[in-house]
Design a protein around this ligand. Structure first.
Ligand SMILES: Cc1cc2nc3c(=O)[nH]c(=O)nc-3n(C[C@H](O)[C@H](O)[C@H](O)COP(=O)(O)O)c2cc1C
Ligand code: SF4
Ligand code: SF4
Length: 268
């Protein structure tokens, strides 16, 4: 069965899992949500997947936007693949609500744990812990692929124990501050003006100023990509200790994170 998986990824965890799942399923197109920004999307496959990291117990804003723009014919099998630092909250409920508006249902959901990329909360754990998470998540990808191939309904794990109202409150607050989040970002003297931060930003929120230093606008997604992929570790967040280790998925290349065509990615 032809499948299309739409993914959003700041530091490569979601991309790595999506690629693995796509390879297991076969006949699968993998589409970057960041590259499809703003466009209506007509689904032409029998199966679709939406893959994303949990943000503040819910869906990233850019993923909400994508789901709203999807035109999904009846009888399409829809699954979701969420990954998080271990406390995903209720992103599947939020997704179900968005699909309900379109009279569509979420058939299956998979929640995996990966190293956390949220810098303000510290690091991603030791290398040993990370390896354990990768190995466990990969085994779950195998199970997920089987369920999807058989178009089964269900989930591999229990849903979050965090009450929905609480995750909604935290998530709403997060969304209200997301656009301007980069106001807290600072660049130091280690910056060598390589421009990688500009190229990995999924929301075209960064440009190099007249001194070839990054300058942030107000449409941040808080994905941490600019900070985590900077080869000089030159970007800091105000009040977050500089010593916190940087992280990106070890099997993902920075070039895979570049937007293919920056100029076509327009923000609202
Ligand atoms: C803004 C932000 C919010 C996050 N919120 C949560 C959260 O509520 N619960 C959690 O377990 N992990 C949270 N994380 C961690 C990510 O979900 C996790 O590291 C994910 O694997 C990152 O995927 P990526 O590498 O594809 O971007 C958050 C990360 C970011 C950047
Ligand atoms: S990625 Fe780092 S070194 Fe490169 S331009 Fe951005 S801040 Fe400077
Ligand atoms: S400015 Fe940085 S954190 Fe914000 S969306 Fe762009 S890459 Fe992500």
């Amino acid at each position: 069965m032809r499948t299309e998986i739409f993914y959003f990824s700041g530091t490569g965890n979601t991309l790595a899992l999506t690629k693995k799942l796509g390879a297991k399923l076969g006949n699968t197109k993998i589409s970057s949500i960041a590259e499809l920004y703003g466009q209506p999307i007509k689904i032409e496959t029998q199966i679709i997947g939406i893959a994303f990291p949990a943000y503040a117990f819910g869906l990233p804003r850019i993923v909400q936007g994508l789901v709203k723009r999807l035109e999904i014919p009846e009888n399409v099998y829809i699954f979701a693949l969420c990954n998080s630092g271990g406390v995903p909250g209720n992103p599947f409920r939020q997704l179900e609500r968005l699909l309900k508006v379109k009279k569509r249902k979420l058939a299956a959901e998979f929640s995996l744990v990966m190293p956390s990329n949220y810098l303000p909360f510290g690091g991603p754990g030791t290398l040993e812990e990370q390896q354990e998470q990768f190995a466990f998540s990969e085994s779950k990808i195998e199970e997920a692929a089987l369920m999807i191939q058989q178009q089964k309904y269900g989930k591999l794990q229990k849903r979050s124990r965090i009450p929905c109202f609480l995750s909604n409150v935290v998530h709403k607050l997060f969304l209200s501050r997301t656009g301007k989040a980069a106001k807290k970002f600072r660049v130091n003297e280690r910056c060598n003006s390589c421009g990688i931060c500009v190229r990995v930003c999924p929301s075209s929120n960064i440009r190099l100023d007249e001194n070839s230093r990054p300058e942030w606008s107000e449409c941040c997604e808080q994905c941490m990509a600019c900070i985590q992929w900077c080869p000089q570790k030159a970007i800091q967040i105000r009040r977050v200790p500089e010593r916190y280790p940087r992280y990106h998925h070890p099997e993902v290349l920075v070039s895979e994170m570049f937007l293919r065509d920056d100029s076509s990615t327009k923000r609202d």
